[in-house]
Write a protein that binds this ligand. Structure first.
Ligand code: SF4
Ligand code: ZN
Ligand code: ZN
Length: 312
């Protein structure tokens, strides 16, 4: 496999784009694409102040790295969740985030949830009875609350998170299985600021997880490999695995699933069957009379027409 740009030996093969790149061109391609997505979805402008939520994982540290390389004003926010049973998840991720910020001379805000509110996430979860032993809902709620608070108090225009395509496709898959229309209508690369909530953006939402891993490694970013111990067995992981199986036999399926959803949402056609029919200008096919949106013949009649010319 050869790099599409220089012909050297490729180190990353992106089957969904039918493109392979060498390490050097891959680490250039990722920021170029990110910049394209930032513009395409109107995420933020050059003069806006960005707060990047960093967890010490590959996605958020890579996002920070990319935004800084692109010349944006991006500071970091690390939330200390106090999840330290067994793998020392919080202390290790804090250490790696700190190191990254120091090495690149970047500004990092740190909020320790226990220091701020008196309880770590697992304790808060147990005592609030919002899910004993399974703190994810308390954790998610707390993270959203704190990110928003810091963004507002410190005057940031926008909050950026490192969600990648695998994350977004898994959430979309879950919401689709449940037909949660409210969630579906809100899911996207940009959530505009509203009623005192900061604008939220996901600049990496079109990159596969393995591309982000490749980027972090190629850039020499030290990140925490372990997942949060509570992530184990989460439904989202099951959805990710299911989508990966699909992707293996149909490269690009994940990306298409997500992008087509965004297109449908953008055009306002999601769930609005009546309007969609009007937009397609349905009329009877000139030959068979069945409804079609094609100018003269329906697809079936066109297919027959083609078959005839080929067999003649
Ligand atoms: Fe929080 Fe861990 Fe659950 Fe993620 S997996 S929401 S970090 S408790
Ligand atoms: Zn190359
Ligand atoms: Zn509140």
């Amino acid at each position: 496999m050869k790099c599409k740009k220089c012909g050297a030996r490729a180190s990353v093969n992106m089957r969904q784009h039918r493109m392979a790149l060498c390490k050097e061109h891959f680490v250039e391609w990722i920021p170029e694409q990110t910049e394209r997505f930032i513009k395409k979805y109107n995420m933020f402008a050059r003069d806006e102040k960005i707060l990047v939520a960093v967890s010490g994982g590959k996605d958020s540290l890579s996002l920070w790295d990319i935004l800084v390389r692109l010349g944006y004003q991006a500071d970091g926010l690390y939330l200390g969740l106090g999840i330290d049973g067994g793998v020392q998840y919080s202390s290790e991720s804090h250490r790696l985030t700190d190191e990254f910020a120091k090495r690149h001379n970047l500004k990092l805000h740190v909020v320790d949830i226990e220091g701020e509110y008196g309880y770590s996430i697992p304790v808060l979860s147990d005592i609030s009875h919002r899910g004993k032993g399974k703190p994810c809902s308390v954790c998610g709620l707390t993270k959203r609350h704190e990110m928003n608070r810091i963004a507002r108090d410190l005057g940031y225009d926008v909050l950026a998170t490192g969600h990648n395509l695998d994350d977004e496709a898994a959430v979309l898959f879950g919401n689709t299985l449940q037909w949660s229309s409210d969630y579906l209508l809100r899911q996207g690369p940009v959530l505009p600021s509203k009623d005192g909530l900061a604008r939220k953006v996901k600049p990496l939402c079109r990159f596969y997880e393995r591309e982000m891993t490749a980027y972090a490694i190629a850039r020499g970013i030290e990140y925490i490999y372990d997942e949060c111990p509570y992530a184990e067995g989460a439904t989202q992981i099951f959805y990710k695995e299911t989508l990966n199986q699909l992707e293996n036999s149909r490269p690009g399926a994940k990306l298409t699933f997500y992008l087509r959803f965004l297109e449908a949402r953008q055009s306002g056609n999601l769930f609005i069957e009546k309007d969609r029919e009007a937009a397609y200008n349905i009329h009877p096919c000139e030959r068979c009379g069945q409804p079609t949106s094609a100018p003269e013949l329906c697809s079936f009649c066109r297919m027959l027409e083609k078959a005839k010319t080929v067999s003649e």
